[in-house]
Design a protein around this ligand. Structure first.
Ligand SMILES: Cc1cc2nc3c(=O)[nH]c(=O)nc-3n(C[C@H](O)[C@H](O)[C@H](O)COP(=O)(O)O)c2cc1C
Length: 292
């Protein structure tokens, strides 16, 4: 990464990424078609597919649904896939199956804030169980050799703001990278990113750190990477409004001279054919129906 631009290549364990801008996993959105659009625009270092649930009873059901979840095109590579679950054995078995299906990196979902996930003890509920996160990551570590990560929030809620503890537990158990959504679970997807939280996690772990959460202006991308030491930025909803956001080197390169008066990246192309997706997304987020 040059001093003038926050955007550049990144190495995560043995995996070389051309760009440290990555596309977030988004259930219902980051399917093969959407990922392909983003990749074809160019400049996105890593795309994430939608999360895949580990079967509670273990093993992997190699059915049509699983085939669709892991389907991808050669052009999409490197592709990251995500494990959703809470039992170490099944999560490890799924991680191995995802790698076998072509994942260049896998991670564990510790951020999904919807009620169903919390009731099942999955997603953001795992933020309350750092020891379990460590056990799951250790099991996944034993099962895969590809880069392994954890996607966390800054805490379960404001009262349990333990992102640092969970990040450390995951890294000590073998995680190669940490992705941190700069909110606690109670905030779901609303509000400004908590940059102080990013600084705390950055100070706690030395592995590649991917920052996420409304990093949707060049100024925010620059702040996260150049000022606070994130190694990469993960872009979610604003890429649904404009797939160029996660991909355009030229656009993100503007971050090097950005200030707060620059327009929000996500509002750049209101006439995008994907604007309808954005409306759907806002509605589902507003009504609490989003998946993570
Ligand atoms: C519709 C939707 C689906 C999501 N699905 C996932 C998912 O499968 N796994 C995950 O870790 N996060 C998921 N997320 C969270 C995003 O990856 C990301 O953390 C969040 O949207 C914040 O980033 P953004 O402000 O750039 O959108 C989802 C978010 C949305 C809005």
């Amino acid at each position: 990464m040059s001093e003038s631009s926050p955007v550049g290549p990144l190495r995560i364990a043995g995996l070389h990424l051309d760009s440290n801008l990555v596309l977030a996993p988004m259930a219902g959105f980051t399917n093969l078609a959407f990922r392909s659009i983003v990749k074809r625009i160019g400049g996105c270092g890593l795309v994430w597919s939608e999360m895949v649930a580990a079967l509670a009873q273990g093993g992997v059901r190699h059915d049509a649904r699983f085939a669709a979840q892991v389907a991808h095109l050669p052009d999409e590579r490197p592709l990251a896939m995500q494990v959703y679950g809470r039992e170490p054995g099944p999560c490890a078995a799924l991680a191995a199956a995802l790698v076998e299906a072509g994942a260049a990196a896998v991670d564990l979902n510790c951020g999904c804030p919807v009620r169903k996930a919390k009731e099942a003890g999955c997603g953001v509920a795992l933020m309350r169980e750092p020891a379990r996160v460590a056990t799951i990551i250790a099991a996944m570590r034993a099962a895969v050799r590809t880069p392994l990560g954890v996607k966390i929030r800054l805490g379960f809620d404001a009262g349990q703001r333990n992102g640092v503890e969970v990040a450390r537990a995951a890294v000590d158990a073998g995680a190669d990278f940490v992705c941190v959504h700069l909110r606690t679970g109670e905030h779901k997807h609303a509000g400004d990113p908590d940059f102080a939280g990013l600084a705390e996690v950055r100070a706690a772990v030395r592995v590649p750190l991917i920052a996420n959460g409304s990093l949707d202006t060049p100024a925010r991308v620059r702040h996260a990477i150049s000022d606070l030491g994130a190694d990469a930025v993960m872009i979610g909803r604003s890429a649904c409004a404009d797939p160029c956001v996660a991909s355009s080197r030229a656009l993100i390169a503007r971050a090097s001279r950005a200030n707060s008066s620059l327009p929000r990246v996500g509002t750049r192309v209101d006439r995008s054919p994907l604007t309808r997706m954005r409306s759907t997304l806002s509605l589902s987020v507003a009504s609490g129906r989003s998946s993570a």
